[in-house]
Design a protein around this ligand. Structure first.
Ligand code: 8YV
Length: 322
């Protein structure tokens, strides 16, 4: 029997690409260019499975392409806001994601951003490398103490709980808001207090960290009104999705000292980062590195492979979202 044809839209770690070539008739993207909408249409018409990432917008038009052959989209990522899920449902296309394997690494990046922005790590490094350091002095580059502060988590799923475990090591008080929290999956060992509104998180937290998915409901969930409710000494951390935050409102809040700073791994229009943010010293900016460790990226690829393999074996893929 011939192997299913799979199109992989970006370069994946070598170990996973090798395995993909063993298991499938895999069409790889050797030069790692982002696919154009036409390339996505061609892929969905000629392959049995599509394996996209966050950089591929799999719209209703693409899923509804006449003559579509692909019956499964194995997304490389836990977030699947790049895929029109309603269209997938309508056309009976199965969609899978890669949960769990990136939880720790993404929580690490959230904690790194929190520590970096509070203690002015990026700024300090730029200062030293720029040859501006004239020597130790008691008032030089004072940041904000992290230990003992309150961390407010918006969304309390796997990554937020992993962040909470890390923050415990820093003696932080934990509060969260999540109207969809799955009580059965809560890590009961973490002493985090549920509050009944986002506003309570915004008002109480010294660090507000976002961990909800990007959906129409969460678009610009954090906006100018939200910043006005935060403490002027508070910081915003975003490792979730850029469009959860109104970026223009964030820039205004940072410029006008409505909040003290921000640590960002994601942006509204990636890879575009607003020039205003690039100029600010009270923000730490990373290029969407949440899951970017060799081990995690390999595990993510293997997870896509397992899902798509299960589908072609006639089983329910373990990480089916649609
Ligand atoms: C992924 C992420 O690497 O998995 C996610 O949802 O945000 C990232 O860590 C990226 O989205 C690749 O698709």
């Amino acid at each position: 029997m011939s192997k299913p044809v799979v199109v992989v839209t970006r370069r994946w770690p070598n170990a996973v690409e090798e395995r993909l070539m063993d298991v499938f008739d895999a069409r790889l993207n050797d030069d790692d260019h982002p696919f154009s909408p036409q390339e996505l249409v061609d892929a969905i018409k000629t392959a049995d499975a599509l394996m996209p990432t966050v950089t591929d917008k799999i719209s209703a038009d693409i899923i509804g392409t006449a003559g579509r052959k692909a019956r499964i989209i194995g997304n490389f990522g836990v977030g699947f806001n790049n895929i029109d899920i309603d269209a997938a449902k309508k056309h009976g296309v199965v969609v899978t994601n890669t949960p769990e394997v990136l939880t720790d690494c993404t929580a690490d990046i959230a904690m790194i951003l929190l520590l970096s922005v509070a203690r002015r790590i990026g700024e300090g490094e730029r200062h030293l490398r720029g040859g501006q350091w004239t020597g130790w002095r008691p008032t030089h580059m004072m940041g904000q103490k992290v230990s003992g502060k309150t961390l407010g988590l918006i969304g309390y799923g796997r990554i937020a709980q992993a962040m909470a475990r890390r923050a415990l090591g820093f003696g932080m008080t934990l509060i969260y808001y999540d109207p969809y929290v799955d009580a059965a999956k809560l890590d009961k060992s973490v002493p985090a207090t549920a509050v009944s509104s986002i506003d309570e998180v915004l008002a109480q937290a010294d660090f507000v960290s976002l961990h909800c998915p990007s959906t129409p409901e969460t678009r610009h969930l954090i906006n100018s009104e939200s910043f006005a409710k935060m403490k002027p000494t508070a910081f915003l951390i975003n490792t979730a999705r850029g469009d959860i935050v109104d970026e223009s409102a964030l820039i205004a809040a940072l410029r006008e000292d409505v909040i003290q700073g921000a640590g960002l791994d994601v942006y509204e229009k990636e890879p575009k980062v607003p020039a205003d943010l690039l100029k600010m010293n009270n923000v730490v900016l990373l290029p969407h590195l949440g899951s970017a460790s060799t081990q995690t990226r390999e595990a993510m690829g293997m997870r896509v492979l397992t899902n798509v393999e299960a589908f072609f074996a006639g089983k329910t893929p373990p990480d089916r979202v649609v």
